[in-house]
Design a protein around this ligand. Structure first.
Ligand code: PLP
Length: 411
């Protein structure tokens, strides 16, 4: 008989996106004449930049020739891409990261999920509430969560850091010692950011407690304000305590192509139970070589093209397009008298559900009265109740139309 990994039994079914899909399908079936606008999804809609398309074509052609054919590549990513990442994402910002501290992957979801492999089971994990669910669920799978308390909607051994309007969506340092801290800025779902001095508090905490910060900056390319850090390594001391996740998904429309990377400086150390120090970089390298055979050559060439001058211009055009949508959403909500957060340095706008309704009540009302779909905040954690997420990834025409309907509805 084989036995299952019982940690999986502790996972809570996530009905969020399937419930949304079901409700929308039912509504459209009953009202075929209505045009429903979806501002709920977190997926991009604009095509990948021309520079990446050209790089893909070129790489495909290369693969069809004897000289250009490539088989298995380096598990950690091709040198050309690691170099481009180091030069453009780090050196250009005055950050010193070595090429062998970069691990190219098929996206930040896999990286933020798989990273749990290199940490001890009894580490105490802190996550924000609300949160991108991958951080939580992968720790449940790894056996770090303890039992689920259905009254509270929380796990026994997880330290939750509420992010609400009361603290300006800036998590407060935990009262107890934690070993692994997940931070995501610009944030999904709240669209809010941390400034350098606010991030410094976390770096100092991690240093003082020998903790590791798992910093997801998948949305850094959407930062529009000058004084917002794009990388946690802009903060002094972060190279000793932080692992950073990046993705080409939202930056360059790679959600379907799949490419991202994780940065693990050699100075980030953990300990064995006997107190022996070890580099997380070495552990991750070992894991990567054992479990991963690298990202497709053609995809890595497309990612490299993101850093070309044409690529940079083209991704900027797409990002500006989305951020213009974010502005339309913000202005629309202002006109409708709805309080909102985010949307300035992130493609997400987090609104406060009016009149004390729940997130789901507001979802239903918006679907039925305005034919607009968003994401109920409660789906991202208990403290997301009373909030609602709209995304800037739709078309400009639909975003304008959706906001006009919301304004007309009046809240
Ligand atoms: N991290 C955050 C915060 C996200 O919102 C997402 C996707 O929505 C990801 C990571 C996943 O990125 P990728 O497409 O690179 O797997």
């Amino acid at each position: 008989m084989s036995y299952i990994n019982e940690n999986f039994l502790e996972l809570q079914e996530s009905y969020l996106f399937s419930t949304i899909a079901k409700k929308v399908a039912k509504y459209t079936e009953e009202h075929p004449d209505k045009e429903v606008i979806k501002l709920g999804i977190g997926d991009v809609t604009r095509p990948i930049p021309k520079a990446c398309v050209e790089a893909l074509h070129k790489a495909v052609d290369e693969m069809g020739t004897q000289e250009g054919f490539r088989g298995y590549g380096p598990e950690q990513g091709y040198e050309f891409l690691r170099k481009a990442i180091v030069e453009n994402d780090y050196k250009a910002r005055g950050i010193d990261i070595a090429e062998d501290e970069i691990f190219v992957s098929d996206g930040a979801k896999c990286d933020t999920g798989n990273i749990v492999d290199i940490f001890a089971k009894d580490n105490v994990v802190a996550i924000t509430d609300p949160v991108y669910p991958v951080y939580l669920d992968t720790n449940v799978m790894a056996g770090r969560s303890g039992k689920f308390n259905s009254d509270e909607g929380t796990y026994q051994n997880i330290v939750y850091l509420p992010v609400t309007k009361e603290n300006g969506f800036k998590p407060e340092l935990p009262k107890q010692r934690v070993d692994m801290i997940y931070l995501c800025f610009p944030n999904n779902p709240t669209g809010t950011i941390l400034k350098k001095d606010e991030l410094k508090k976390w770096v100092d905490y991690a240093k003082a407690n020998n903790s590791v910060i798992l910093y997801d900056s998948a949305y850094e390319a959407f930062i529009t304000e000058n004084d917002v850090p794009h990388s946690i390594y802009e903060v002094e001391g972060a190279k000793d305590v932080a692992i950073e996740f990046r993705s080409f998904s939202k930056t360059a429309g790679f959600t379907g192509l799949r490419c991202g990377y994780v940065v693990i400086p050699k100075s980030v150390k953990g300990y064995s139970k006997e107190g022996k120090e070890a580099e997380y970089n070495k552990l991750w390298n070992r894991r990567t070589c054992t479990k991963f055979n690298g990202v497709a050559y053609i995809v890595q060439r497309a990612a490299e093209a993101v850093y070309s001058s044409e690529g940079q211009k083209q991704i900027r055009e797409n990002i500006n397009y989305y951020m213009e949508n974010a502005k339309i959403i913000r202005e629309g909500l202002e006109d409708a008298g709805i309080k909102y957060y985010g949307g300035l340095n992130a493609p997400y706008v987090w609104l406060e559900v009016p009149d004390g309704k729940t997130s789901w009540e507001f979802f239903d009302e918006l679907l039925q009265e305005s034919n607009v779909v968003g994401t109920p905040g409660s789906g991202f954690g208990p403290k997301g109740e009373g909030y609602f997420r709209l995304t800037a990834f739709g078309t400009k025409e639909n975003t304008i139309k959706a906001m006009e309907r919301i304004k007309r509805k009046g809240c």
